[in-house]
Design a protein around this ligand. Structure first.
Ligand code: CUA
Length: 340
């Protein structure tokens, strides 16, 4: 199985590195973070040039010379210099505090209560080792009741018509951190604590993200995707996700095999007896672009390899290999392929 770079499914004109850059902001919060990074970078560069410049000048100016043999004048203390080197850093730090506070203010959003026609989406994000669970709660004041994984769909905002996404962040196990650099700063998901994050962008498209807090063996492969869609397309996606899994008699053998195996202990397929919640919800598995939290494209071959032995793709992941016979494996894959 070929492991892919998370950027493989991006537009041809863009690389994953570009998509994960804080210097390509696509939201007001990300813009503020970029401005702060440039401002502080410029201040630090200036200080570096100034300090190193004075140092180099003095090395050259007071270098040892053959004609000077006596000790130079010894100076003990200098009030003006001491006042200068206390005041200047204090002012710089004070200025940085103001700049950082402004960005924190702009990147943070109040968590309002959902209201009818608020054009806002509310999603609960739960961090797991090593994937993301998204529980869609309300959109535009309408209650939603489905769960998906790893790929967050959201509507695009328009000038004068923001469609904000309010995320409630929690963890099922250890500390994780939700980070989509082009949309906002990092926000941690901590056991026993609830954090909030707001996403909003006028740019449709795919935005890549990454868990940004070391959370164990597969932390580096805890990738995530945000898919920003025009409202009509988003509504279609919502309608599809809200529906229970479609029944298909052609894959009855695979369905029965799935229900008879341990799959059902961890995975849910709405509308069937499979009601596990420990692993990702599979009700509309085929509507996702990737498997294994953004690690590999969601192709029939990759899906087969993944179920055959998840440990080769994602060593240490919590899904074991079940030693399925080839025919049983194929039947289960054929069933999963109908979950669109
Ligand atoms: Cu989850 Cu790192």
């Amino acid at each position: 199985m070929e492991a892919i770079h998370p950027g493989t499914l991006l537009a041809a004109s863009e690389t994953a590195t570009q998509n994960l850059s804080i210097f390509a902001p696509a939201s007001p919060a990300a813009q503020s973070i970029q401005d702060l990074a440039i401002l502080t970078g410029a201040i630090f560069a200036l200080i570096l040039v100034l300090v190193e410049g004075i140092l180099l000048y003095n090395i050259w100016r007071f270098r040892a010379r053959a004609e000077v043999t006596a000790e130079p004048a010894q100076v003990y203390g200098s009030q003006p210099v001491e006042i200068a080197w206390t005041t200047a850093p204090t002012l710089i730090v004070f200025f940085l505090i103001l700049a950082i506070t402004r960005t924190l203010w702009q990147a943070k959003a109040a968590q309002p209560a959902p209201q009818l026609d608020d054009h806002a989406l509310f999603v609960k994000v739960i961090g797991h080792q090593w994937w993301w669970e998204y529980r869609y709660e309300t959109y535009d004041g309408r209650p939603l009741n489905f769960t998906t994984a790893n790929e967050l769909h959201m509507p695009v905002s328009e000038t004068g018509q923001p469609r904000r996404v309010h995320l409630t962040l929690e963890s099922a196990d250890v500390c994780h951190s939700f980070w989509v650099p082009r949309l906002n700063g990092k926000m941690d998901l901590l056991p026993g604590r609830t954090n909030y994050l707001m996403l909003e962008t006028e740019l449709p498209g795919l935005f890549l993200g990454q868990c940004a807090e070391y959370c164990g063996d597969q932390h580096a492969n805890m990738l995530l995707r945000v898919i920003v869609e025009p409202p009509a397309e988003f509504e279609r996606w919502l309608a599809n996700e809200s529906a229970p899994a479609a029944e298909n008699v052609a894959v009855q053998t695979g369905r029965e095999a799935f229900m008879a195996e341990s799959c059902v202990n961890c995975h849910r397929i709405r509308g069937t007896p499979a009601e596990g919640t420990f692993g990702p919800d599979l009700t509309h598995l085929m509507s996702r672009q990737t498997l294994a939290s953004g690690e590999i494209p969601n192709s029939p071959e990759n899906l087969t390899d993944w179920i055959h032995n998840p440990q080769t793709t994602k060593p240490g992941c919590l899904m074991p290999a079940f030693d399925l016979s080839e025919t049983r494996l194929e039947a289960i894959v054929n069933y999963l392929l109908t979950l669109r």
